[in-house]
Structures are given as C-alpha cells and as structure tokens.
Design a protein around this ligand. Structure first.
Ligand code: M6R
Length: 367
C-alpha cells in the first residue's frame, strides 16, 4: 500500500534511510564488518584472483560503485559486466573467479543465465539480492541480502542504495578477510552515519529539486556527468529520467567530455554534474570543476550536486544541490537521491504514471 504517498516511487525514495540502515544491521561486529551469511566461506574470497560483477540496468550501476570500492579495500581485480553480454561472449572464467551477481528481484533472466553459466564453468558465485528465496540466490554458492523491503515501482530507488550498501559491506568484509583493509573502523563509522545523512538530503533538497524539475518539464534532453564513483551515479541519473519521464538523457564519465560529448553542449542544455569532494582528492575535484567551466563557457545550464561547503563550484553553477560530507565511497548513495527525486518530479510534472512507465516491467523474466 502507498500509505498516503502519491506513488510507490515517492514512498520508496522516502524509505531509503531505512533500507540502508536495515541492510547494515547485524553486519557490524566490534567495529568491523562481519557478514554472518558469509561465515565459514572465507575461501570464496581467498581462493580467487579476480571478481566479475554481473547485473542489468540499475543493479549494474551499483556494481560499478562496488568495483571501485572492492578494488580499493580488497586489492583484487574486479570487472563489471552486463549479464547479457557476459553470458554470450565466451569469457575467460574458472575456479579462480568469483562471480558476484546483483538483482533486486532475483528473477532477472539475463542475470540468472549469467550465474548459471558461471557455475557451469567452475566459477564461485555470490548473489546480492533483495528478495528472500528468489531463483538467483538459490542458484548461487552464497547470498548477501539487501533489506530494502519490497520495491513496487518499476524504477529502482531504495533497492539501488541498498545494493551499494551491500557492496560496500562486501568490500569491507573481503578486505578484512584478505588482510588488505586499512582503517576499516573509519569506514564502518561512515556506513553507520549514512541513514541520518540520507534523511537529511531528503529533507533539505526535496523541495528545491522538485521545483527545478517543474521548471524543466519541457526539456528535451538532459546530460549527467560524473567522475570516479560519481560516474555510475551519472549513468543512474540518466536511466531514471529515460525510464519514467521519457526524456532523452545520457550519463558520461566527465573525463570523456573532450573525447566527444562536449559537441552536444549548446546554449541552454541542462547538465547535472556530480562533484566529488575535494577532501578525497583535490586533483579529481579540480578536474571536474574544470569540466564545469568548459560546459558553462558553451552555454550549458549547470546543475551541480556537491558537498556542503564546496565553494569552488559556485561561480559556474546555475543551481547547487548540497549533500553532506561523506567518505569517498559513501558519497554516491547520497548523490543519487536528488537525481531520483528530479526524475520523479519531472515525470509528475508531465502528468505521467511514475510507478508504471510505458513498455517496462518490474522484473524482466525473459532473455
Ligand atoms: O531485479 P533486478 O535488479 O535484476 O533488475 C535489473 C534491472 O532490470 C532494473 O534495475 C531496471 O534497470 C530498473 N527498472 C531501473 O530502475
């Protein structure tokens, strides 16, 4: 039931702090991440030399954030592959490979086939899933559930932030097991601070972002730029907009701009830019600020998602959406919220059914 919310999507976005808190609960012990479902399965992480993350759509973007975090904390090579590409291209996998699948429903046929394929070739398999007892976890050697609760709206929102949370937990768990994790306690503190920060973004930016969407209801195309873990968030922001507001949208790695996409910039073109915190890397931050200058000089209408207190973006931004300070791998969970709200508000402004977009099903159970 919608419980007074105008749509399931609105309700599910509002439930994000809870989805993240529930996914963390029971998985932190003495200041370290210990995932009880993985007890006795250390070999899954020590007996391998690479990880392939496989998923479709939004889940694959969560996977991309997971790649950056896992490589950093667990020092193991990670690739992310769309399940339908992985399954049909004769990949090199075997007993030294852990295939991590991500699926909200646990029933996505493309992802299921990728998991089966990996198993048949001797790879180990772990699934991250939101639906207890679904087919994909049953076909996997291990499962880490996200506890986002049932997601009804076709557009994935709370499941996405829960998937990133589960991947961060997995990264910290695997990093500890493999002995490569430094300063795990600080990351645990970051994790535990997330739900309150999510609630803060929802409270402080909802009205502002909805207003922006109202102004932009006639927009024909929106671009999203991000770098590092902001890149998958740019992809996700674009997918949300395509999916429910039927507006052409594209997400790019900000560094790609001069390799092509900057030709798209003409006066008035709306561009969202996810700006990473300068506290994590002054260099990455400076590069993104310089991208903002480049597109602004060509007339783009720049909407920036930046950390509170980041003043460097102010001279070049038409709109600034603020998110609280958070660790590098934790920022994407906060940065995606305004983009979800934007897509939802724009669809609403266009009079569309945000929960049931045309041509789409919640769970894609055919290949
Ligand atoms: O149930 P799954 O997580 O396996 O679904 C994967 C995609 O079909 C799904 O994330 C899709 O991209 C969403 N509708 C995006 O909002």
């Amino acid at each position: 039931e919608k419980g007074g919310w105008p749509s399931f999507m609105a309700k599910e976005v509002a439930e994000e702090p809870e989805a993240v808190a529930n996914t963390i609960r029971g998985r932190v012990r003495d200041g370290a991440v210990v995932i009880p479902e993985l007890d006795g399965l250390d070999d899954l992480f020590t007996g391998i030399n690479r990880i392939i993350i496989t998923a479709c759509g939004t889940a694959s973007y969560a996977g991309l954030v997971g790649k950056y975090a896992l490589e950093h904390w667990a020092r193991i090579p990670v690739d992310v592959e769309l399940a339908h590409e992985f399954r049909y291209r004769d990949p090199v996998i075997g007993a030294d490979t852990l295939v991590v699948s991500i699926s909200q429903s646990g029933e996505t046929m493309d992802t299921l086939m990728a998991v089966k394929y990996a198993r048949e070739r001797g790879a180990r398999t772990l699934s991250i899933c939101n639906t207890q007892g679904a087919t994909i976890p049953r076909e996997s050697d291990a499962v880490v559930y996200t506890h986002a609760g049932p997601e009804v709206a076709v557009a994935s929102t709370k499941a996405f932030v829960a998937q990133i949370t589960a991947l961060l937990l997995l990264g910290l768990h695997v990093g500890r097991v493999r002995g490569s994790l430094e300063d795990g306690a600080a990351s645990v503190a970051e994790l535990e601070a997330l739900p309150a920060k999510l609630a803060h973004v929802l409270e402080s930016e909802q009205g502002h972002v909805a207003q922006l969407a109202g102004w932009m209801a006639d927009t024909r195309s929106v671009l999203f730029l991000g770098r590092h873990v902001g890149y998958p968030i740019a992809l996700e922001g674009a997918l949300k907009l395509k999916e429910i507001s039927y507006i052409h949208a594209e997400g790019f790695a900000a560094g790609e701009l001069k390799h092509g996409p900057i030709a798209l910039i003409e006066p008035g073109q709306p561009v969202f830019v996810i700006v990473p915190s300068p506290r994590h890397s002054a260099l990455i931050h400076a590069k993104v600020v310089s991208n903002i200058q480049e597109i602004r000089a060509r007339g783009a209408r720049v909407i920036v998602v930046a950390e509170e207190g980041d003043a460097a973006v102010l001279p070049f931004a038409d709109e600034v959406i603020r998110i609280p300070l958070a660790g590098a791998f934790f920022e994407p969970i906060l940065a995606v919220i305004p983009l979800q709200i934007f897509a939802m508000a724009l669809a609403t402004a266009k009079g569309l059914d945000v929960d049931q977009p045309r041509n789409l099903a919640k769970s894609v159970t055919v290949e």
